[in-house]
Write a protein that binds this ligand. Structure first.
Ligand SMILES: [Zn+2]
Ligand SMILES: [Zn+2]
Length: 163
């Protein structure tokens, strides 16, 4: 959605609300297309004493593969963002959202805010045990024998001395 903010820029106190869904089902991220539900975007833009403020909330569900154990899982997100909107494309202020000719590309802004906010790695749970590097078993569900065959480092030093 592109928001026409001409009136908002021109009239102090003016406010505009928006509420829509954005389909990102083809958007690639994490090496897959994780946006399995439409992204719900709702917020408002308001001219407060001559400064145009945007605040909005996004809600979506990601289908992810755990970075450690590779299992698939779903994660719900709800995030809020805000920015000052300016018309000057030459602003060097990163926190400003730019609306050339008073037109704000809300889709592009939401996508970049979401992507910057998501962690680079996703785990099914904070204490995911991952896969055994030797036999590949999922250590969250199975216990393998591999770990037990590893030699205690202290004993290894002793073994090396006896060689
Ligand atoms: Zn996991
Ligand atoms: Zn193993």
């Amino acid at each position: 959605m592109v928001l026409d903010l001409k009136q908002i820029f021109d009239i102090t106190g003016e406010k505009k609300s928006f509420d829509y869904s954005l389909d990102l089902s083809d958007y690639p991220f994490y090496g897959t297309k994780p946006f399995v539900t439409p992204v719900h975007i709702a917020g408002d833009v308001q001219n407060r004493a001559g400064v145009v403020n945007l605040s909005y909330t996004v809600q979506f569900t990601l289908k992810l593969a755990c970075d450690r154990c590779l299992c698939e899982f779903f994660r719900d997100y709800e995030k809020s963002f805000s920015a000052v909107v300016v018309r000057d494309e030459n602003t060097d202020h990163d926190e400003y959202a730019v609306a050339p000719d008073s037109m704000l590309d809300m889709d592009a802004l939401a996508v970049s805010d979401i992507v910057l906010d998501l962690p680079s790695k996703q785990l099914c749970s904070e204490d995911c045990k991952g896969l055994c590097p030797v036999c590949g078993k999922d250590l969250n569900h199975e216990i393998c024998q591999c770990q037990q065959h590893e030699i205690d480092p202290r004993l290894k030093v002793l073994g090396d001395l006896l060689k």
